[in-house]
Design a protein around this ligand. Structure first.
Ligand code: FES
Ligand code: CO
Length: 333
């Protein structure tokens, strides 16, 4: 399956850029193969539109923001966040033609990012309750391009067989090649998986997380939100809860934007943000190396790849994506 060939993916929200990155000039982005431009409107809210001027097709992202409107770099036409042309410098006296409009997209701010949906949404932006609770803090972690399919990353997070071989410098242990089973429940927005990560290496954990070995076993509670967001809650025996929220925003069929933040119930004094990011960074880079070697065409049909019991969450994801396509009259492309 290739993401740009399945129009249903245009009906979901994706985080495309940290809102803070829009404070200066407009920014380009490619979402599901569509070139878009993002900027901050007159109220400071993010706005998104097709990155094409309706006059002579110049890229609006090369322009600038004037009083919350995006100004084209070619002849200076300006458009507000609804797409309406609000200024044509050459036509000051005769008015602006009503047809002078650009195509805009739904855009809103959440968790510090501008989220965009290219079509009529069929799901809300994933709700992460702890992001709104006072005893948790949100730490932005990564925003970068990965050369792989988002679906592979979703499956990888629910795949307890890989840490033994992939996370050899952070927490994996070759002493535990056979992981415990996850308990899987399907939800309206995706799936929930629950279990204990029994593959941890206590020495590495002590060294990397500064925890006593008896405290390093992790209870996992994972929520997958269709199609490319996953929330991974890791609860340690000492009461620390470290929640990783990851979205693989689909750029095109070969690349995804990896957006990750974490939410924790400790303080900056307990664990400096930089330390939390550094550990997750090391883990993430171990995953990236392998995931970028995988095929971007992720088959939904079960007979094109081989499977084992630890693939059950991933196979449930594939089944649910296949059902989604079918419900929208699409076949796997
Ligand atoms: Fe944009 Fe002419 S191409 S104003
Ligand atoms: Co991993």
């Amino acid at each position: 399956m290739l993401v740009t060939k399945q129009p249903v993916f245009r009906k979901f929200w994706y985080p495309v850029i940290p809102t803070a990155d829009l404070l200066g000039s407009p920014q380009p982005f490619t979402l599901l193969g569509q070139k878009i431009v993002l900027w901050l409107d007159a109220e400071g809210k993010p706005a998104a539109a097709k990155d094409r001027c309706c006059h002579r097709s110049a890229q609006l992202s090369l322009g600038k923001v004037v009083n919350g409107a995006i100004a084209c770099p070619y002849h200076g036409w300006q458009f507000d966040s609804s797409g309406r042309c609000v200024c044509v410098p050459q036509l000051k006296d005769v008015g602006i033609p009503a047809a002078a409009r650009i195509e805009t997209y739904r855009c809103t701010e959440k968790y510090g990012y501008a989220w965009v949906c290219l079509d009529e949404p069929i799901a809300e932006i994933p709700h992460i309750a702890e992001a709104f609770e006072s005893d948790f803090r949100l730490i932005p972690e990564f925003y970068e391009t990965w050369k792989c399919a988002g679906l592979r990353v979703m499956e990888n997070e629910l795949d307890l067989a890989h840490p033994t071989f992939v996370h050899t410098t952070t927490f994996g242990s070759e002493d535990h090649p056979t992981p415990d089973r996850l308990e899987i429940t399907e939800t309206p927005s995706g799936l929930r998986a629950h279990g204990v990560l029994g593959v941890v290496n206590p020495e590495l954990q002590q060294q990397n997380l500064k925890m006593e070995s008896a405290q390093t076993y992790r209870t996992l509670d994972m929520l997958w939100f269709m199609p490319f967001t996953i929330k991974l809650s890791i609860a340690y025996a000492n009461g620390l809860v470290h929640i990783i929220v990851n979205t693989m925003t689909p750029i095109d069929d070969l690349t995804s934007q990896m957006v990750q933040f974490c939410i924790r119930n400790d303080t900056e004094q307990d664990t400096p943000s930089a330390d939390a990011i550094a550990f997750d960074r090391a883990v993430t880079l171990e995953d990236k190396r392998i995931l970028e070697s995988t095929d971007c065409d992720v088959p939904l049909a079960p007979n094109r790849e081989q499977h084992m019991f630890t693939d059950k969450p991933g196979l449930t994801i594939r089944k649910k994506i296949a059902e989604l396509l079918k419900a929208h009259g699409e076949t796997e492309q």
